[in-house]
Ligand binder design. Structure first.
Ligand SMILES: Nc1nc2c(c(=O)[nH]1)N[C@H]1C(S)=C(S)[C@@H](COP(=O)(O)OP(=O)(O)OC[C@H]3O[C@@H](n4cnc5c(=O)[nH]c(N)nc54)[C@H](O)[C@@H]3O)O[C@H]1N2
Ligand SMILES: Nc1nc2c(c(=O)[nH]1)N[C@H]1C(S)=C(S)[C@@H](COP(=O)(O)OP(=O)(O)OC[C@H]3O[C@@H](n4cnc5c(=O)[nH]c(N)nc54)[C@H](O)[C@@H]3O)O[C@H]1N2
Ligand code: SF4
Ligand SMILES: [Mo]
Length: 897
C-alpha cells in the first residue's frame, strides 16, 4: 500500500477517540489509499483494522447526494428555507423549547460549535443534546463532581509509563486498538508491567491481561469502595496530597467501609483471593493508570462508578503524574470536541456552566446573542420522550442514528414517525432514522469535510479533505449556518470557512479566562486560514502567552497534565472526594431472565453505515449474534448456531447463538451494530430499557433483563449474490458485504417455494443459466446462477445449519466458471473445514482465516510472530493478535489433552 507520487493529505481517522493520524490520498481515478501517519503523536504510524480499511468506505454507493423534501429531490434553497421557516414558526408559536437538535460526537468541532451557538444563544433553548449522552456523560458528570470541571488529567504516554494498567469496562483491544497496541509494545519492553481487566466477559482484552476480574454487572462501585478501604487499612494513602488538595475524604472512606467484605464479595461476584491480589497490586504500585469506558459509563450507577475510581486515585495522589491517573477514554472521534463546545443539554460553551449566571452573561456578550438558554435542556432519553408526547414539535438530527442507538428504540422510532417535523443530516440515503425524515440533508463525509477533532488525551488535530464534495453534499457547519442565517441571525453566522469558526471558538475559550477554566486554547484565537490549514496536532491547554497565570502557574512549562500539584477547578481549588452509598439492587428477580449486556465487535463501527461498506471488515463477524454460556444455552434448549429469540418486555430480536465460556453464566451479550439495513430484526436497542443514571442522564445500556428461546427454524439458508438483494422474504436474514458482492444468512420457520425464493433473490437476467439440485431425503436444495463465465448468485438450503464454507463460497463470486465441472462444484459446495478453506476471517488486513492459522500452528508456528512470518496475519494493524494467540493457546490445550 505504498503512497508514492502526489503527496498525501494529513488527516485524522474518523472512528474512535484514539484519534490516529492518517495519510490519505485519492488518485485521478478516485482510488483512495490510506496509511498511518508516522508523525502523529497518537499512533506514530499505527492503524487498526478499521483505520486500515478506510479506503473501502469512501465510495459513493448509498450516499445521499442531494437535499430531499418528503422523499423528492429539492434544491438547497428550498430545503434550507423550509427548515428555517418551520423552526422559526414553531418557536414563535410554541416557544424555544418546542424545537430541538440531536447531534453527535462524530461532528467536527466547528460543526458542533455552530449548532450549539444557534440553539443556546439564538433560539434561546438548551434543547440540544448528543449521542455523547449515551457515551460518556457519566465521565463528564464524575469529572465535574470531583474536579469542578470536565478535565481529563492524563495523556497517552502515561499508558506506556505506568507499571499497572487497570482496564474497567473497556474492551481496549477491539475498541481502542492502537492504544492497546501501544500498551502491548510497552509491555514487551518492560515485562514487569501489569494489566488487570475488570469486565463481566472474558474479552480479547482480558485474554492478554495478567489478571481478569469477571465482575458481576454493576459490581464496580463495590469493587472500588473495597479498594479505598483496603488502601486506608494498608497505610497506602498519600496523606499529604489528601490534606493539601482535597476535601471530603473521611466521609468517602466511611461510605466505602460501609460496604463490608461480604457485601463486596456478593456484589462483585469475584473470588476474595483474586480481589486481594488486585488490591495488593494497586496498593503497591505507585504508577497506576485506571482506564475506563462503557462498562463504567453506561450504567444507572455510571457517575458513582467514575467517582469510586477517581476517589482511589485522589487518595493515593496518583493523578496528573507521569504514568498515573484515572483515564476516561472517549469513544467517538470528537467526543471531546463536543464537550469543549458545550454541546450537551446541561453545558455551556468552552467548559462554562449553564447554571452560572456570570457564565451565561459572558457567553451571551461574546456571541452578541439575542438570548441565552437559562436552564438545562432535555437529555437524550427525555428529549425523545418529549418528542413522543408532543412537547418537541420540530427536531433536527445530525450525524447519529437514534432509531438504532437509543434505548427503547422502537419508542424512539414511533416518536419520530409522529413528530410534525423531522430533519436528518446524514451522509447516507438509507438509514433507519433517515426513513422518518421530512427533510434529508446531504452532509460531507470523512475525506471531504474539513475541520478539527479532539481525541481522548485532549489533542486537537485537523481532519482535512482529500476528496471533492460529491453531488450537492455540504459540510455540516455550512448547513447549520445557512439555516441560522435564514432564521434571521445573519451576521453571527456569516463564516467564511471552518478556520473562522475555530478562531471564534478559541477566542471564547480564552475570554475572561485567566486560568479560571481548564479549557483554554487562546493561543489560536487569531488563527488565519493558512495557519489553520497548516495546524499540527496540539494538546490543550494552550493559552495565549500572556495568560499563563494562576492555574497554569502550578505547572512546569510544557507540562500538559493536570492536578499533580492540585489546582482543581472548584471554588476552593481542591478536589472533592465523593461519598458513595451502596444503591439498592433493583433488578427484577425473574429467575429465568438473563442480564443483557451490549457492546461492540472489532471490525464494525456502530450502525455500520461505513464499516458495512468494507468487504474486509464485514468478514470477521458477518452476522448478528448472542453470546451465551453453555450452561444457559443447555438450560434453554439452545445449540450453537441456532437462531435465538432474545426478548424483553419492550421487544424481541432474532440473532445467531454463539455458545461460549467467555460469557459468564446468567448473562448474555449482543452487539449493537446490526440495523434494519443489514438484518431482518436485530436492533438490540429495541430491547434495552431507558433507565438512566440520576447524575448524568446516561442510559444503562449494559444492563437489561432478557429471556432467550430457540427460534423453531425448519430450514436454514446461505446465499452469495453479486448484487444487493432487494427485500428478503425470510423469517431471519442478515446481509454482509463481501469482495465481489454480498453474502446472506437465512432461516425459515416452515417450507417455502424454494425455486421462487431463488428467483426473487437472484433477480437474474434472461440470459443467465441456473443450475438446480434437490435432495428431498437429505433435505437439501441448491441453486446457482451463472452469467457468462461468472457466478452471479448461489443459494444453499438445508434442514440444519448450511455446511458450506462461507469463505470458499464468497470466493466463487470472483472465480472463473467456464464449464460444467466448475459449475457443478459450485452447486456441490465445499464443505466446511475443507483443505483449502480459509475459515472465518481472523486477520482482516490480509484476509487470513482461522483454518489457515490453525494449520500454521499445527505445522509448528507456536508464537504470534511465527504465524505472522508465515501468513502475514497480525503483521499490519495487529488488531487480531489476541485472536491468533487464542488459536495458539487452544492448540496447546488440545495437544496437552
Ligand atoms: N470496533 C469498534 N471500536 C469502537 C467503536 C465501535 O463501534 N467499534 N465505538 C467507539 C465508541 S463510540 C465507544 S463509546 C467505545 C466503547 O469502547 P468500550 O467501552 O471498550 O466498548 P463496549 O463493547 O461498549 O463495552 C466495554 C465492555 O464493558 C463491559 N461491561 C458491561 N457491563 C459492565 C459492568 O457492569 N462493569 C464492567 N466493569 N464492565 C462491564 C462489556 O462486557 C464490554 O466488554 O468504542 C469506540 N471504538
Ligand atoms: N445498547 C447499546 N446502545 C448503544 C451503545 C451500547 O453500547 N449499547 N453505545 C452508545 C454509544 S457509546 C454511541 S457513541 C452510540 C452511537 O450510535 P450512533 O451515533 O447512532 O451511530 P452511528 O452509526 O455512528 O451514527 C452516525 C450517523 O451519522 C452519519 N454520518 C457519518 N458521518 C457524518 C457526517 O460527517 N455528517 C453527518 N451529518 N452525518 C454523518 C452516519 O451515516 C450515521 O448514520 O450508540 C449508543 N448506543
Ligand atoms: S485506533 Fe483504529 S479506529 Fe481508532 S482512531 Fe486509530 S485507526 Fe482509527
Ligand atoms: Mo460512544
Amino acid at each position: 500500500m505504498a503512497i508514492a507520487d502526489a503527496s498525501p493529505v494529513k488527516t485524522t481517522c474518523p472512528y474512535c477517540g484514539v484519534g490516529c493520524g492518517v495519510l490519505a490520498k485519492a488518485d485521478a481515478g478516485g482510488v483512495v489509499e490510506v496509511r498511518g501517519d508516522p508523525d502523529h503523536p497518537a499512533n506514530f504510524g499505527r492503524l487498526c483494522s478499521k483505520g486500515s480499511a478506510l479506503a473501502e468506505t469512501t465510495g459513493l454507493d448509498g450516499r445521499l447526494l442531494y437535499p430531499e423534501i418528503d422523499g423528492r429531490r429539492a434544491p438547497w434553497d428550498e430545503a434550507l428555507d423550509l427548515v428555517a421557516g418551520r423552526f422559526s414558526e414553531t418557536v414563535r408559536i410554541h416557544g424555544p423549547d418546542s424545537v430541538a437538535l440531536y447531534v453527535s460526537g462524530q461532528l467536527l468541532t466547528e460543526d458542533y460549535y455552530v449548532a450549539n451557538k444557534l440553539m443556546k444563544g439564538f433560539i434561546g433553548s438548551a434543547n440540544i443534546d448528543t449521542n455523547s449522552r449515551l457515551c460518556m456523560a457519566s465521565s463528564v458528570a464524575g469529572h465535574r463532581r470531583a474536579f469542578g470541571a470536565d478535565t481529563v488529567p492524563g495523556t497517552y504516554a502515561d499508558l506506556e509509563q505506568a507499571d499497572l494498567i487497570v482496564l474497567v469496562g473497556s474492551n481496549l483491544a477491539w475498541c481502542h486498538p492502537v492504544l492497546y497496541q501501544r500498551i502491548a509494545a510497552a509491555r514487551e519492553k518492560r515485562p514487569d508491567m501489569r494489566v488487570v481487566v475488570i469486565d463481566p466477559r472474558r474479552t480479547m482484552t482480558a485474554d492478554s491481561a495478567d489478571l481478569h476480574l469477571p465482575v458481576r454487572a454493576d459490581g464496580d462501585v463495590a469493587l472500588f469502595a473495597g479498594l479505598l478501604a483496603y488502601l486506608a487499612d494498608q497505610g497506602a494513602l498519600d496523606a499529604a496530597y489528601i490534606e493539601r488538595h482535597t476535601t471530603g475524604f473521611d466521609a468517602a472512606l466511611a461510605a466505602a467501609r460501609a460496604f463490608g467484605r461480604m457485601e463486596i464479595a456478593n456484589r462483585t461476584g469475584i473470588r476474595p483471593a483474586d480481589l486481594d491480589r488486585f488490591y495488593r497490586l494497586f496498593a503497591q504500585t505507585p504508577k497506576v493508570v485506571t482506564v475506563y469506558s462503557q462498562g463504567v459509563n453506561q450504567s444507572a450507577a455510571g457517575t458513582d462508578k467514575v467517582n469510586a475510581i477517581i476517589n482511589c486515585h485522589l487518595a493515593t495522589g496518583r493523578i496528573g503524574k507521569p504514568g498515573a491517573g484515572p483515564f476516561s477514554v472517549t469513544g467517538q472521534p470528537n467526543a471531546m470536541g463536543g464537550r469543549e463546545v458545550g454541546g450537551m443539554a446541561n453545558m455551556l460553551a468552552a467548559h462554562m456552566e449553564l447554571g452560572n449566571p456570570l457564565h451565561r452573561e459572558r457567553v451571551q456578550r461574546f456571541w452578541k446573542a439575542p438570548a441565552i438558554a437559562d436552564k438545562p435542556g432535555l437529555k437524550a432519553v427525555d428529549l425523545f420522550r418529549a418528542v413522543a408526547d408532543g412537547r418537541v414539535k420540530a427536531l433536527w438530527i445530525m450525524a447519529t442514528n437514534p432509531v438504532d442507538s437509543m434505548p427503547d428504540a422502537d419508542q424512539v422510532r414511533a416518536a419520530l414517525a409522529d413528530c410534525p417535523f423531522v430533519v436528518v443530516s446524514d451522509v447516507l440515503a438509507a438509514t433507519d432514522t433517515g426513513h422518518y425524515a421530512d427533510v434529508r440533508l446531504p452532509a460531507a463525509a470523512w475525506g471531504e469535510k474539513d475541520g478539527t477533532v479532539t481525541n481522548s488525551e485532549r489533542r486537537i488535530s485537523r481532519q482535512r479533505p482529500f476528496l471533492p464534495l460529491p453531488g450537492e453534499a455540504r459540510p455540516d457547519w455550512w448547513i447549520v449556518a445557512e439555516v441560522a442565517r435564514r432564521m434571521g441571525f445573519r451576521s453571527a453566522f456569516s463564516y467564511a470557512g471552518p478556520a473562522a469558526i475555530f478562531a471564534e471558538h478559541a477566542a471564547l475559550s480564552a475570554y475572561d479566562n485567566n486560568g479560571a477554566r481548564d479549557f483554554d486554547i487562546g493561543a489560536h484565537a487569531a488563527i488565519g486560514t493558512a495557519e489553520y490549514d497548516a495546524l499540527t496536532p496540539f494538546q490543550w491547554p494552550a493559552p495565549a502567552a500572556r495568560e499563563t497565570k494562576t492555574a497554569q502557574q502550578a505547572k512546569a512549562p510544557g507540562d500538559i497534565r493536570f492536578f499533580a500539584g492540585g489546582g482543581f477547578f472548584t471554588p476552593d481549588r481542591k478536589a472533592r472526594f465523593i461519598a458513595i452509598a451502596a444503591q439498592a439492587e433493583t433488578w427484577p428477580q425473574d429467575a429465568s431472565a438473563l442480564i443483557l449486556n451490549t457492546g461492540r465487535v472489532r471490525d464494525h463501527w456502530h450502525t455500520m453505515t461505513r464499516t458495512g461498506k468494507s468487504p474486509r471488515l464485514s468478514q470477521h463477524l458477518a452476522e448478528p449474534f448472542v453470546e451465551i454460556h453453555p450452561h444457559d444455552a443447555a438450560r434453554h434448549g439452545i445449540g450453537d448456531a441456532d437462531i435465538v429469540r432474545v426478548a424483553t418486555p419492550r421487544g424481541a430480536i432474532l440473532v445467531r447463538a454463539l455458545v461460549t465460556r467467555r460469557q459468564a453464566p446468567g448473562s448474555i451479550f449482543v452487539p449493537i451494530h446490526w440495523t434494519d439495513q443489514f438484518a431482518s430484526n436485530a436492533r438490540v436497542g429495541v430491547l434495552v430499557a431507558p433507565a438512566t443514571d440520576p447524575h448524568s442522564g446516561q442510559p444503562a445500556l449494559k444492563h437489561s433483563r432478557a429471556t432467550v428461546t430457540r427460534f423453531p427454524a425448519q430450514w436454514y439458508g446461505f446465499a452469495v449474490l453479486r448484487h444487493k438483494p432487494d427485500g428478503i422474504p425470510a423469517d431471519y436474514w442478515s446481509l454482509a458485504r463481501c469482495e465481489a458482492g454480498w453474502r446472506v444468512e437465512l432461516a425459515f420457520a416452515g417450507d417455502r417455494d424454494w425455486a421462487g425464493l431463488a428467483r426473487g433473490l437472484f433477480a437474474a437476467s434472461p440470459e443467465a443459466e441456473t443450475l438446480v439440485y434437490h435432495d428431498e431425503a437429505l433435505g437439501r436444495h441448491r441453486f446457482a446462477c451463472f452469467e457468462g463465465r461468472r457466478l452471479a448468485a448461489a443459494l444453499y438450503l438445508a434442514r440444519d445449519a448450511v455446511a458450506v464454507s462461507r469463505s470458499w463460497a464468497v470466493e466463487q463470486l470472483a472465480a472463473d466458471c467456464p464449464d460444467q465441472p466448475t459449475r457443478f462444484s459450485v452447486i456441490a459446495g465445499r464443505p466446511v473445514a475443507g483443505a483449502s478453506d480459509r475459515g472465518a476471517t481472523v486477520c482482516s488486513c490480509f484476509g487470513v482465516g482461522v483454518n489457515q492459522i490453525a494449520a500454521a500452528v499445527g505445522a509448528g508456528c507456536t508464537t504470534v510472530a511465527a504465524v505472522g512470518e508465515r501468513l502475514q496475519a497480525g503483521t499490519n494493524c495487529g488488531s487480531c493478535r489476541a485472536e491468533i494467540r487464542g488459536i495458539i493457546d487452544a492448540h496447546r490445550l488440545q495437544a496437552a489433552e
